[in-house]
Design a protein around this ligand. Sequence first.
Ligand SMILES: [Zn+2]
Length: 240
Amino acid sequence: MALEVAWAPALRDNYIWLLHDPESEETVVVDPSEAAPALAATEARGWTITQVWNTHWHPDHTGGNAAIKAATGCAITGPAESGRIPTLDRVVGEGEAAAIGGYEARVLDIPAHTSGHIAFHLPEAAMAFTGDTLFAMGCGRLFEGSAADMFAAMRKLEALPPETRVYCGHEYTQANGRYALVADPENQAIVERMREVDALRERGEATLPTTIALERATNPFMRAASVEELAARRAAKDAF
Ligand SMILES: [Zn+2]
């Protein structure tokens, strides 16, 4: 049976992703900024949280860890991040894996937004959870890493199978797309995508997940030809 995915809205524009395996009845919560929306959304579906996975230490991705663990006794897996996620039961990095039921989640080290940021890639489910590193038509801010780090992260993510569905940490797509239109003005794929994004947002709907194929076609940071171009685009986007 296929994995089921749902989400709970949190804070202003955070997504808490909920992953459920009907066979094992395991439920994973990815990056819970807050506990209450995750607990309510899983309870409404009759799911019990068995694990939390964190992509990086920022409080809007880990703030719900302790309360979810207290409520459910779940196990929490995430990156080392110099010990800045004190609630972790298990630290993972490149080459290691987490699992939900029979599905393996390979861990990719993609530091740049934070020094220990990771992604979870589930090859059999064609899914990836990329936190605040890869967004729809965007990338995360360089708080702790360099443009070279982000360039390397983009190479690692674009190498995933094109059909991989990408679940990002925030609903930033419309603002990212407005910048993408400026950064890559000849790119008709961005124009077409923005028509769909604007329509979805008009109706208050989520623009995620995206896919690796769509990001290869429309993401100005994944499409940057060099570290220098990525750095220039990151600086321009920060000022946009
Ligand atoms: Zn972050």
